[in-house]
Design a protein around this ligand. Structure first.
Ligand code: PLP
Length: 380
């Protein structure tokens, strides 16, 4: 699904030099590389505060702790996503409220969010799934109206730009009250281990969060709040610092691969290619409305699972993200949920198929993949 080896080969010297600096200085924890990366990412995103941490799951949890969410507070999030989002809500004894998603962009359904808001609702966590932003304009309006926090789960969307109805653009993860991201190796900006970060433009919240990530300490050995220990280590920051200047190039390579896939599948009645939304049509060269963390098709009126098997037999990696809706996961089942409220997710789990998507895909590979998919669907 990804080609980390091929990518590393292109930037080997820069990465090795950056890691070597850490080794020479032995500043393995909270070294200058971490601060440097933080500043560079703040500049890249145009956000006031980046707070590095250990991984994307911690980032979500810390964001919620920083906002002071309390047991019993309801937090609305999407049913069709990776479990990390709902997991941290449950871990903090907040009440997860899962809602359905849109059939086109797979992101949280605004009408479903509206229906789910109660007097106990305190926050909404949109996940910018597969690299495209949720409808942030509508979410920010709801937040304003109901006095809620918006926590963007930007683990899959780093580098994407969101365009609102007035044509104004902003980087994903800089629009809500706070955002989280992950630097897991396969993410669009990946390190060589685990890493994550929280972003916010709110000075007070940034201050609180800087203490939360560090055992609730604002002054050495004074613990004002219950915190956690969640750090981005210096070697990972060194890798990220070397890779950040390439992020736009990487995202452009993903978009180019997505365009090539789209072209090959265009007009096929059983293969539905990804849609771009949010005041953006097509996969333009000039904007970054979608950074294709995943390239996800919908396979309709055909046997998706047989196709998965066939691709695997032909040494083509592929993935079903996600095969089970969160509301049906054992850990998160709840009698409050009603199947009729999850018709889109229930359908998507049967239809979605993600093809290899990374920065090193070439036309020959794409031709082989698309031909294998189309031949199988046309002949079965
Ligand atoms: C990867 C991911 C996470 C978790 O990130 P980790 O760094 O693996 O903890 C959270 N949310 C989404 C949507 C993700 O894709």
């Amino acid at each position: 699904m990804v080609d980390l080896k091929g990518q590393y080969a292109q930037i080997k010297q820069e990465v090795n030099d950056s890691i070597q600096e850490v080794l020479e200085t032995t500043a393995f924890v909270n070294g200058p590389k971490v601060h440097e990366f933080q500043k560079n990412l703040e500049t890249y995103l145009g956000v006031k505060h980046v707070i590095p941490c250990a991984n994307g799951t911690d980032a979500l949890q810390i964001a919620m702790m920083g906002l002071g969410l309390k047991p019993g507070d309801e937090v609305i999030t999407a049913d069709f996503t990776f479990a990390a989002t709902v997991e941290v809500i449950a871990l903090l004894n907040l009440t997860p409220v899962l809602v359905d998603v849109n059939p086109d962009d797979f992101n949280i359904d605004i009408e479903a969010v509206k229906k789910a808001i109660t007097p106990k609702t305190k926050a909404i966590v949109p996940v910018h799934l597969f690299g495209q932003c949720a409808n942030m304009e509508a979410l920010m309006a709801l937040a304003e109206e109901h006095n809620l926090y918006i926590i963007e789960d930007n683990a899959q969307g780093i580098g994407a730009k969101y365009t609102n109805s007035k044509g104004e653009k902003a980087m994903s993860g800089t629009i809500g009250h706070v955002a989280s991201t992950s630097f897991f190796p396969s993410k669009n900006l990946g390190c060589y281990g685990d890493g994550g970060a929280i972003f916010t433009n709110d000075d007070d919240l940034a201050h609180i969060i800087r203490g939360v990530v560090n055992h609730g300490m604002y002054e050495r050995y004074h613990h004002d709040v219950v915190g956690v220990n969640s750090r981005l280590d210096s070697i990972q920051a060194a890798v990220l610092n070397a890779k950040l200047p390439h992020l736009d190039t990487y995202n452009n390579a993903r978009k180019k691969a997505a365009r090539a896939y789209n072209k090959a599948f265009a007009g096929h009645s059983k293969i539905i290619t990804p849609k771009t939304v949010n005041n953006c049509e097509g996969i333009c060269d000039t904007c970054d409305c979608h950074v294709f963390h995943q390239y996800t098709l919908k396979i309709v009126d055909a046997d998706r699972d047989a196709l998965v098997k066939h691709l695997n037999e032909n040494q083509i990696p592929c993935g079903v993200y996600y095969p089970i809706p969160l509301h049906r996961q054992k850990a998160y089942v709840d009698s409050r949920y009603n199947e009729a409220d999850f018709t889109v997710t229930n359908q998507l789990v049967k239809e979605v198929l993600s093809l290899p998507m990374h920065t090193e895909l070439d036309q020959e590979q794409i031709d082989f993949i698309t031909k294998t998919v189309i031949d199988f669907i046309d002949n079965n």
